[in-house]
Design a protein around this ligand. Structure first.
Ligand SMILES: Nc1nc2c(ncn2[C@@H]2O[C@H](COP(=O)(O)OP(=O)(O)OP(=O)(O)O)[C@@H](O)[C@H]2O)c(=O)[nH]1
Ligand SMILES: [Mg+2]
Ligand SMILES: [Zn+2]
Length: 335
């Protein structure tokens, strides 16, 4: 029997099947193989007991894709949800989510929720100016007043769509509005921090129609670009995909290099986008620095002594010299 993992709670995998939702555990052999299973995975079930609706997962089908933040498999679309207000829209956070989608080669849809709060037309205009020429679809919604929801439905059709975005922006509320019922728990943003209170704790796949799924995810805001090299960050910004860029420098970051050929692109890029770009490049630089240090360490783990290759003993394993021991004693005494 084949099913799809819709939710994971510690050791339990909830699998949607033709018979309903089956509470499943992993076969020991899969555990031993360290087989990871994610929400959205298609799995094979064995030893299905119809009475208790329990079974064992014996295999995982090949994945079409796996996005990593949060980890969900076989998705066809990402909608990045932001709130126009409460919490205030952060262009930087939005760019982080967009760049993460680009990293996974997915063009996200941008959804701006809570349009019922105040007259936000200036902000909306700024959003359109910043993102529409980058070919991202933009939607304005209110889960509360149910505006924009009918426009959202056709976007979801026949897709497995993951809603992601910071805590409190209204992801679960939007799903409730789409279903016209309270399927998911939602909570007001905190009065103190003006942020969400992390109401959704797990990724959950919900079936809207036979071939239409939505995944609710917990909001988080610490996406960092500390896993790629500085010169790769430009691939995550649609502005730099322009084939017309003719920068003569190799590995140019297009930030403040004299004579950089991307000058024109930068002029057309909105200030907030450029700021985000520079920030992400700096995070990538930290990563570059870290790996450069660790590779030096590797190289020095062996050394030549009298033409013989010797393995250097790590500092932890090496006995302290008498001088160091004496010095340490002196330090302790002075404390
Ligand atoms: N005014 C207004 N409030 C909204 C809207 N959508 C959601 N809210 C409120 O915002 C708060 C947070 O909504 P949630 O749906 O829990 O937000 P979330 O994105 O799922 O948050 P996490 O689960 O923590 O990631 C709730 O009090 C909602 O009632 C909206 O369109 N307008
Ligand atoms: Mg939620
Ligand atoms: Zn350049």
């Amino acid at each position: 029997m084949i099913g799809r993992v819709i939710k994971i709670f510690s050791d339990f995998y909830y699998v949607e099947t033709d018979f309903g939702i089956v509470e499943s555990k992993l076969r020991t052999v899969l555990k031993k193989q360290n087989q990871e299973i994610y929400t959205g995975d298609f799995v094979e079930l064995e030893q299905f007991d119809k009475n208790s609706m329990q079974a064992f997962i014996s295999a995982v089908k090949n994945r079409e894709n796996l996005i990593t933040r949060p980890k969900v498999a076989n998705i066809s679309q990402v909608i990045i949800v932001s709130a126009l207000k409460e919490p205030d829209l952060s262009f930087e956070q939005l760019d982080r989510y967009i760049a993460h989608c680009e990293y996974h080669n997915i063009k996200p849809v941008l959804c701006f929720n809570k349009e019922d709060i105040d007259d936000l037309s200036d902000l909306k205009q700024k959003i359109v100016n910043t993102y529409s020429n980058l070919n991202y679809d933009i939607m304005f919604t209110s889960a509360l007043k149910r505006t924009g929801i009918d426009e959202l439905r056709p976007v979801l059709k026949s897709n497995t769509t993951i809603l992601c975005g910071q805590s409190g922006v209204g992801k679960s509320s939007l799903i409730n509005a789409i279903f016209n019922e309270t399927k998911l728990r939602t909570l007001p943003v905190s009065d103190k921090t003006k942020r969400g209170v992390h109401t959704t704790r797990h990724c959950e796949l919900i079936q809207l129609e036979a071939d239409t799924f939505i995944v609710d995810t917990p909001g988080f805001s610490h996406l960092k670009f500390d896993f790629l090299l500085p010169c790769d960050v430009q691939n995550l910004f649609a502005e730099f995909n322009d084939k017309k860029i003719k920068c003569k420098f190799k590995n140019c970051l297009h930030i403040n290099e004299d004579g950089c050929g991307a000058e024109k692109i930068k002029k057309n890029m909105s200030e907030s986008r450029f700021d985000s770009y520079v920030k992400f490049v700096n995070e990538a630089k930290e990563y570059e620095f870290k790996i450069s240090k660790s590779s030096i360490k590797k190289e020095t783990s062996v050394k030549y002594n009298k033409n013989k290759l010797m393995t250097k003993i790590s500092n932890k394993k090496r006995n302290l010299s008498r001088k160091t021991i004496n010095q340490n004693i002196n330090i302790e005494e002075t404390i």
